[in-house]
Write a protein that binds this ligand. Structure first.
Ligand code: FES
Length: 166
């Protein structure tokens, strides 16, 4: 993993925070470590195509997840929903170089949150068995979602504390 790229993404994370006027939002929790990422998407029409205008994220997660989420929100701008759906964790984290084995799920969690947000509009459904949730853009905060998920899914361990140095 490219530590310089990681530190650079962490020192100035892009698109961090809730997006009140988002068109879609997706949240995914990792059963491996209990971390979660939520991603918001806003679309626009451009040259007759509906593309992602902007994306933002919140993460109670490790530094790798935050860095990948930051990069992902930049990478998907200007893409259509279908194009963004094609992007996997490896592509989203490419600027960081190959992730070490114990960090691969961090990128996959970001991919999951992105896909949940991309699919949220289509399904307008509530939850799926793999802890992916869709909620209205004006829905609860990530902290609320964490608590709700913990209550409803029963198996999620939630630790709200600053990420440790990885
Ligand atoms: Fe679990 Fe990074 S998201 S350690």
């Amino acid at each position: 993993m490219d530590e310089t790229a990681l530190q650079s993404a962490l020192s100035n994370p892009q698109n961090l925070g809730e997006m009140p006027d988002a068109d879609a939002v997706g949240t995914v929790g990792s059963p491996d470590c209990g971390d979660m990422v939520r991603m918001w998407l806003k679309y626009k029409e451009k040259d007759g195509r509906r593309v992602i205008d902007k994306a933002s994220f919140q993460s109670f997660g490790c530094q790798t997840a935050i860095a990948v989420a930051s990069l992902a929100t930049e990478l998907i701008r200007g893409k259509t929903r279908e194009e963004a759906l094609q992007m996997n964790a490896e592509e989203l984290s490419a600027p960081l170089g190959p992730l070490p084995p114990m960090k691969i799920h961090c990128g996959q969690m970001v991919e999951g949150a992105l896909k949940a947000a991309l699919e949220a509009e289509q399904t307008a459904s509530g939850t799926s068995p793999n802890l992916t949730t869709s909620a209205p853009a004006s829905g609860p905060t990530l902290a609320d979602a964490l608590q709700a998920a913990g209550k409803s899914a029963g198996g999620i361990k939630i630790i709200l504390e600053p990420p440790v140095q990885q």
